[in-house]
Design a protein around this ligand. Structure first.
Ligand SMILES: CC(C)(COP(=O)(O)OP(=O)(O)OC[C@H]1O[C@@H](n2cnc3c(N)ncnc32)[C@H](O)[C@@H]1OP(=O)(O)O)[C@@H](O)C(=O)NCCC(=O)NCCS
Length: 170
């Protein structure tokens, strides 16, 4: 498995991740497919400018167009305070095979190596057993439940945080 920057030809993978009701059940429901080409264009520009790390999970490095999911770290403000947040998705045919855990661990190891992002936060839905499992197993600490705004909706989430320099599980 390897991680690579999002590319303009990842529109199909975005549609399969973000416009599918099952994939988006814990993330406020599916998004309109006709918005994906523009979303990919904006994400490619943001990744190329190194403003965010927007990485696609590639199961076989010999076939970089085949994508299992994505893992992203970005900066934003939470109640007026700047924070770094990580999020991830794995397509149904690749779920339950450790891709999310390995991809999240790999991106956090890069953050540790490059001394980038400081403390990293994650907000999986309270009922999202697999994503809460990812947080637990890579070394996040659970701070407690909180409401999170995502795509214009309020979601009930768990707030996890870690400092990759000291907390990343091997
Ligand atoms: C959540 C998601 C990313 C998990 O990806 P995955 O590659 O299947 O997860 P992994 O195989 O790396 O498993 C991660 C952990 O969760 C556990 N797990 C996996 N599927 C599970 C399930 N359905 N129920 C309970 N635990 C589960 C694994 O055992 C592992 O824990 P462990 O280290 O203690 O063994 C994926 O299912 C997904 O993208 N879902 C839809 C979108 C979404 O919810 N995104 C996350 C928003 S925060």
């Amino acid at each position: 498995m390897e991680l690579r920057n999002v590319r303009l030809d990842d529109v199909d993978a975005y549609v399969r991740m973000r416009c599918d009701p099952a994939m988006m059940a814990e993330l406020g429901g599916p998004q309109p497919a006709d918005r994906m080409p523009d979303k990919v264009r904006r994400d490619v520009a943001e990744a190329e400018a190194d403003l965010s790390w927007i990485q696609m999970i590639v199961p076989d490095p010999a076939d970089p167009a085949e994508v299992a999911g994505s893992v992203v770290i970005w900066a934003h403000e939470l109640a007026g305070t700047p924070i770094s947040e990580i999020g991830w998705m794995v397509l149904p045919e690749y779920q339950g095979r450790g891709y999310a855990k390995r991809a999240v661990r790999q991106l956090l190891a890069r953050a540790r190596h490059e001394r980038r992002w400081g403390k990293v936060h994650a907000f999986p839905g309270v009922g999202n057993a697999a994503s809460n499992g990812v947080c637990r197993s890579v070394g996040f600490r659970l701070l407690g439940p909180t409401d999170t705004e995502y795509a214009g909706q309020t979601l009930r989430t768990n707030h996890w945080a870690m400092d990759p320099a000291t907390d990343l599980a091997s």
